[in-house]
Design a protein around this ligand. Sequence first.
Ligand code: FPP
Length: 250
Amino acid sequence: MSSKNQLKTDDLRGENPRHVAIIMDGNGRWAKNQGKLRISGHKAGVKSVRRAVKFAVSHKLDALTLYAFSSENWNRPPQEVMALMELFVWVLDNEVKNLHKNNVRLRIIGDVTRFNARLQERIRRAEELTQQNNGLTLNIAANYGGRWDIIHGVRKIAEQVQDGLIRPDQIEEGTLCQHLCLNELTPVDLVIRTGGEHRISNFLLWQVAYAEFFFTDVLWPDFDEQVFEGALNAFAQRERRFGGAAPGGA
Ligand code: FPP
C-alpha cells in the first residue's frame, strides 16, 4: 500500500463519525414488556430521540438521520399509523422551538405528500424556521424508503435525458447522487440499529455504501448516552478502507 493510502486509513481511525444514521427499532416490544399499548412505546421513543439529539449536538456531529416511518409502515394497523401521525404533529409542535434554540436544522426526508395537510404544514413550518441554522442537521426519515429514493432520482435523470439536457452515456454515480436525499451532507459514516435485528429494512440503501454498522439488542426507548457512546467507541476501533487494501496486508 502506498504511503498516501496508509495516511488515509490512519487518519480515519479513532475519529468520531460526522454523520450517524439510526434505525430506531423496538418500541413495540418495549411497550409489550411493560404491559402497555404499542403507542406508549413510541411515546417513550420520543424521549430517546430527544436524548440522541442532545448527545449528537454535544458531540458536535454534523448530521443525525433518524428512521421514523418507512414506506412500509403504512401496513401497520390503522390505529397505530394514526397514533404515530398524531405523535409526529405533537413532536413538531413541542420540540421545534427547542431545536431552533440549539441551532439545529431540521429536515424531513421521504415522500411527505402522503401525509395529511396538517402534518405537511407543520413540516413546512419547522423546516422553514430552522433552515438557516448551522449546527447539527437533524434529518427525520418519514414515509421514506431507500428504493423510493433511488427511483425518485432515476425519474429526475430520465426527465433530463428526455429534455435533451444530458445523454445516457453521461450518467455517472455523481449524477444520481445529486438527486438522492442527503446529497448535500457529509456521507453517512455510521448506521446504528437498535432492537436486535441485523438488517437495513430499506433505509438509506445507496448512501450507506461505505458506512460502518453497529447493532445492539437495546430497544429504542432504552437507547441512552452510554449506548450511543459505545457505538462511537466501536466506530473508533474500525479501520475504514473504502474498498482499499488493509495497511500492511498481503
Ligand atoms: C420501530 O419500533 C419504531 C417506529 C416505526 C416508529 C419510530 C417513532 C418514534 C421513535 C417516535 C417519533 C419520532 C420522531 C422523530 C418524530 P417498532 O414499533 O417496529 O418496534 P417492534 O419491532 O418492537 O415492534
